[in-house]
Design a protein around this ligand. Structure first.
Ligand code: BDP
Length: 651
């Protein structure tokens, strides 16, 4: 068992801080504390899509200068939500171009009068390019959806006389081009016998609907003017002691004092320091274990940071509390280890997609999905194909669900997408993903792309660079991308720590021939393993089933066919599971919306749950399998009572 990867990552360690700093600042999740307040701007915003031919009327008429309603008719738009499914105007459903959001806010007096307070505007995500104005003043721009961005707006709101109302205007463009992530192309249809003048379509190269808008919370929060800007934590285990390595970044003042305390789940201080960078040692530490793997899952400590500083206006203090899970991750030639024990991913791929809210963040959906994951006995998921909301990862930390964190590197299908501009943007996106998610114990691996055209030489170079950059940003986690290339052709597989493979035997190939799956799967695994000697995850497999369609013997699109296909895959997986195959992630957890196409019936129906989260037959099959694997692989085996398969696995 060669522990090769950790050694290689350690050598990259010194690069870590250099790269992390390239981003200029942290992106801590906004939390309330004795020194910090937050004000969510969720609810109804004014909304207007710019339907003008060049989509630029909003800029020509400067809609940000005055209330949006004065520019023309506006709609009520809920935030968070995707705008696409909300209206009754069909043109909004697949609108491409600039949409405008606006909201007025009244700030608490202290925020505008106390000059020791810093006021920050934070946008959870805006897909895909966003420009922000505050009271008509250009404040911020950001490229890329699915990730947060923010601006210090103190000098706009602390202007002497009270600005009783603050007007926030956000213009968002969802156009995908060869240099966005995901990439896309705009195609002008020039045959005027068929299309009106100027007619264009957005081509995408991925299989989910390009929902857009303010899909996560927008909020304002405060910090003191000298403040904790970022915290980076990595953990290790030495005999029975947990080691918490931390680094704290402070902004606003070089002279400050720090108190860093690590508290256990009973709020007892177990270690403390007073320096910005150090190690906290916890003898007899309770480790963070994935749920189902150990009788004590997902234990979280709290890293409490208290900062005090003198400013010309008087003393300030800042408090921030970071949940910390002590765990290790390592990869050998044939295993994925968590806390030194072999871990088998039995989980799902998801999408942040449901009903009329599109990809809008939604608490009931989040909790329902986690209840279903536990019902299923799933211990992991991949954030296919973009980073999910931070609240999702917080739930994973608490519940012990393991995450492969994927960036929006999906649809890299054409040779022209592997250019230098895209490469730099992709690396920057990885910086933003790592900056946001680095402290989540649940995140055990980064995925830099899904199904890129990795048989191309140019893609090999491109992915090598993105993977190396990601490893430099975070030497503590393995890095992968998800391949659908042939093992002889893939140019980027040499650079990953774990091979992740998507295959759709008896679905996209040899359709109907379920009897071929075991043979083809065995060939796939054996070829890849022989060539690379790296652990393999079956990162996608599945079949479409339209809920309620039945046929025996099974035919495609029926629930029986989906079940039979899964059964054949499972037999194939079981042949290799104890050798070097370290995981299986079904495609997909739930049905999801796609672009319209003759290949899709109101979206992709490969879910084992419907879009309304009701089970198809395959969900019961998978549930039985996952609980069986969980009961077999739990550590220590003797402690656990065999669970599941009764009506109530959690009682
Ligand atoms: C895979 C893609 C995934 C698709 C799936 C499918 O990674 O995004 O939705 O195929 O076709 O190739 O269902």
């Amino acid at each position: 068992m060669a522990l090769r990867t950790l050694v290689a990552w350690a050598a990259l360690g010194p690069l870590l801080w250099g790269c992390a700093l390239a981003l200029q600042g942290g992106m801590l999740y906004p939390q309330e504390s004795p020194s910090r307040e937050r004000k969510e701007l969720d609810g109804l915003w004014s909304f207007r899509a710019d339907f003008s031919d060049n989509r630029r009327r909003g800029f020509e008429e400067q809609w940000y200068r005055r209330p949006l309603r004065e520019s023309g008719p506006t709609l009520d738009m809920p935030v968070p939500s995707s705008f696409n499914d909300i209206g009754q105007d069909w043109r909004l459903w697949d609108f491409v171009g600039w949409v405008w959001y606006e909201r007025e806010v009244i700030l608490p007096e202290r925020w505008t009068q106390d000059l020791r307070t810093r006021v920050v505007l934070r946008i959870g995500s805006a897909h895909s390019y966003a420009i922000v104005w505050v009271n008509g003043v250009h404040t911020l721009e950001h490229e890329g959806g699915y990730l947060p961005f923010e601006a210090d707006i103190s000098n706009l709101v602390q202007v002497g006389a009270l600005p009783s109302r603050l007007r926030i205007t956000i213009a968002i463009n969802n156009t995908l081009t060869p240099t966005t992530l995901p990439p896309g192309t705009i195609q002008y249809m020039n045959d005027t016998s068929k299309y009106p003048k100027g007619y264009f379509v957005q081509n995408i190269y991925f299989d989910f609907f390009n929902y857009a808008g303010l899909q996560r919370s927008v909020l304002l929060y405060t910090t003191p003017t000298t403040y904790i800007d970022d915290i980076t934590v990595t953990t290790d285990v030495e005999q029975d002691s947990g080691l918490v390595n931390y680094q704290i970044f402070v902004k606003g003042n070089n002279l400050f004092e720090l108190e860093v305390r690590l508290l256990d789940a009973e709020n007892k201080v177990v270690a403390n320091r007073t320096v910005t960078q150090g190690q906290l040692k916890v003898p007899g530490a309770s480790l963070w274990w994935p749920y189902l793997m150990h009788e004590r899952p997902a234990y979280l400590y709290s890293l409490e940071v208290r900062l005090t500083a003198q400013t010309s206006l008087g003393p300030v203090s800042d408090f921030y509390t970071l949940p910390v899970g002590i765990r290790t991750v390592a990869v050998t030639e044939s295993q994925f280890l968590i806390n030194g024990k072999p871990f088998y991913f039995h989980g799902v791929n998801k999408h942040e997609d449901a009903d009329i809210r599109g990809k809008g963040f939604d608490w009931p959906l989040l909790v329902k999905d986690f209840n279903l994951l536990r019902w299923l006995g799933a211990n992991a998921f991949r954030t296919s194909h973009y980073p999910y909301a931070e609240e999702v990862l917080q739930m994973c930390d608490r519940h012990g669900i393991v995450v492969i964190d994927e960036c929006p590197g999906v649809g890299l299908a054409l040779p022209q997408f592997f250019n230098n501009v895209s490469l730099h943007h992709h690396m920057r996106v990885m910086e933003e993903v790592v900056r946001r998610d680095k402290n989540h114990p649940a995140v055990v691996m980064w995925s830099v792309a899904n199904e890129p055209a990795s048989h191309l030489e140019s893609a090999g170079h491109y992915l090598k660079m993105v993977i190396a950059h990601t490893k430099a940003l975070d030497p503590s986690r393995p890095v992968t991308f998800v391949s659908k290339s042939n093992y002889t052709a893939d140019k980027a597989a040499p650079y990953v720590d774990v091979i992740c493979l998507n295959s759709y035997y008896s679905w996209y190939y040899d359709f109907g021939h379920l009897e071929l799956i075991q043979r083809q799967l065995a060939t796939q695994f054996e070829n890849w393993y022989k060539k690379y000697q790296k652990p393999i995850i079956q990162s996608e497999y599945g079949a479409e089933a339209i809920a309620g369609f039945h046929q025996d013997p099974p035919l495609m699109f029926t629930e029986e066919y989906q079940k039979s296909l899964l059964e054949q895959y499972h037999l194939g997986l079981d042949q290799k599971r104890r050798k070097y195959v370290v995981g299986e992630l079904i495609w997909n957890f739930a049905d999801f919306m796609t672009e319209q196409s003759p290949l899709r019936v109101l979206g992709n129906k490969k879910g084992i749950f419907t879009r309304q989260r009701q089970p198809k037959g395959a969900a019961f099959l998978l549930r039985e399998r996952y609980w069986k694997i969980a009961n077999e692989t739990r550590y220590p085996h003797s402690v656990a009572k065999s669970q599941c398969l009764g009506n109530s696995p959690f009682t």
